[in-house]
Design a protein around this ligand. Structure first.
Ligand code: C2E
Ligand code: MG
Ligand code: MG
Length: 250
């Protein structure tokens, strides 16, 4: 698929929940297979992790996201921070920090243009170099977040050790908000953990106005979900951002 250029990235807005304005984007991979049509990442990322192909795919995602940020910047959109999803395999099999540094440099971007999302699996694998890698990335200004927080091991011991910036509240718990008591309780608990550790929090899978209001009352400032937009092709994302920027000026 890489050799045939069958991958592309779509960009889902992360929005300020109060006013609905775009504050960043998450890059999500799509595989446009000549044989099978469009395949969602859930169908192939796990397999690519098993075979190790995820490392090459991840390299492409990093380069493509940086290229896109640069292109938007050159179109006058300013620097849009893009979050990319990084597999645990990319931590254990290479010098991720050096690769990120090189790629940012090649595209003339500051570290703050990039956010890396990784799952709790990275924490559990506990490769010896993980702490060092995190520290190096943070030093560059790259934003570090734990994706799908609460779904996996939620190893609190690692949370206080790692130099990360924030958590993403898994959409698994958003589904039952605001009616299901245990989902609400988990959201409140994760929010409490983030607050006491001084971490940022982004809510995923925001689909309804009731969920948006619930999150605001909880003090969660940023969210993403179908209520605002799904993953968008780059030109569509740029159109929305430009329209917002024009609105803010006029
Ligand atoms: P994720 O990083 O947690 O991404 C969020 C997923 O939720 C995306 O699915 C997104 O389209 C979907 N989503 C967004 N808003 C809503 C909503 O309001 N409701 C619902 N029901 N779903 C929503 P997608 O694009 O299929 O990605 C699935 C997973 O695949 C991602 O979960 C991420 O773990 C992985 N993935 C995606 N792109 C990459 C990549 O470039 N590299 C790696 N390693 N993994 C990736
Ligand atoms: Mg993600
Ligand atoms: Mg997620």
């Amino acid at each position: 698929a890489l050799d045939n250029a069958e991958f592309r990235l779509v960009y889902q807005p992360q929005v300020d929940l109060r006013r609905g304005r775009i504050v960043a984007a998450e890059a999500l991979i799509r595989w446009q297979s000549h044989q099978l049509g469009e395949l969602r990442p859930d169908l192939f990322i796990g397999h690519a992790e098993t075979t190790g192909d995820i490392v090459r795919i991840g390299d492409w995602v990093l380069r493509e996201a940086c290229r896109q940020v640069r292109e938007w910047q050159q179109q006058g959109l300013g620097i849009v921070r893009v979050a990319i999803n990084v597999s645990y395999r990319q931590f254990v099999s290479e010098d991720l920090a050096a690769k990120v540094r090189r790629t940012l440099q090649e595209h003339g971007l500051p570290g703050s243009a990039l956010e890396l999302e990784f799952t709790e699996r990275v924490l559990i694998e506990d490769a010896p170099a993980t702490l060092r890698t995190f520290a190096d990335l943070r030093q560059m200004g790259v934003v570090l977040t734990i994706d799908d927080f609460g779904e996996g091991y939620s190893a609190l011991n690692y949370l206080r050790r790692l130099p990360i910036h924030g958590l993403k509240l898994s959409q698994l718990f958003m589904e039952g908000v605001p009616d299901n008591h245990s989902d609400v309780a988990v959201c409140e608990a994760v929010c409490g953990i983030a607050r006491s550790l001084g971490l940022g929090l982004v809510a995923e899978g925001v689909e309804s106005e009731a969920q948006r209001r619930f999150l605001l009352e909880l003090g969660v400032p940023v969210g993403q979900g179908f209520l605002f937009a799904p993953g968008l092709p780059p030109d569509e994302f740029a159109r929305r951002l430009l329209a917002e920027q024009a609105g803010a000026r006029g």
